[in-house]
Design a protein around this ligand. Sequence first.
Ligand code: G6D
Length: 341
Amino acid sequence: MRIKKELIAEYNGKKIYSFFLSNGKGLSAEILNYGGIIKRLIYKNTDICLGFDTFEDYLTNDDYFGAIIGRNANRIVNSEFNINGKKYKLTSNSGKDNHHGGINGFDKKIWEAELVEDEEASLILKTTSEDGEEGFPGNLTVKVTYTLTEDNGIKIHYEAESDADTVVNLTNHTYFNLNGHEKGDILNHSLFLYSDFYTPNGDNETTNGEILSVKGTVFDFNEESSFKNRILSSDKQIIASSGIDHNFILNGSGYRKVGFVKGDKSGIAMEIYTDRDGIQVYTANEILGNRVCKGNALYKRYSGVCFETQAFPGNLKFSHFPSSILKKGEKFNSVTSYKFI
Ligand code: G6D
């Protein structure tokens, strides 16, 4: 049996479950219906994602370990945007900005869940986001399907539809450490990223509208390079974010391989595939070692790295960035996969 579920808590009158999936080939996952959180991701007997042991710990986690992020991944400056000439004011949960969907984003929803086992094991999560929720327009229906694939990937299929023009920019916020979640930092992990340009941050932790070449900068990963000498560099952008917390513009289009990461101790590697234009690489710069996490691990800065596939942050403000507006009746349909070797 490659799928099972376990009741782990009751919260706000709803049942919280852990869903266990396996592909029968060495990859298994534990996923919660709370936030669609990937709590464990085990490959070659190594748990390669940061997290907590208990559901209750996730209730007070502002690092978004493993969670589905929505309606909008990343920041919307001043928590406001215009669609069709109408201004919308969102909730603010990061200074004046709306961050990762707001105060009660998709990471805090209790999703309807259905385990499916056909050729592969999948978990189908569904939710709705009502018109005006966190200030976003339109009644949105959302479906996120996690599938453990035969070739040792976790495929994430995002689908959404709205009855009014709105913003949809979904992602997943798993922190990977390919040596093992409790094995220290990812500084000696290596990265290849198929990206010739990035969008630098302004003084408000998000993009300033510029598009710069990565050539000759710490953001050039077109040849496999370790994180260490990039993260510990004196580059102004790196210093300002205490590491990498930047959107990279991915070369190519359509569903394609865009990245490759390798653990320096385990030799476990991960390929990243997506159909999205951008990816936020975030090296856990704000995890400060002050909280006991999964297996009593004390995660610190750079304990993991996120690859949040997304629309470019700031796209609602900068018209030269591809837009994350979903028109009424259109379907948001996107796939990102993380494949382990
Ligand atoms: C910080 O700026 C970063 C975000 O990119 C990240 O998603 C969050 O921490 C967890 O706010």
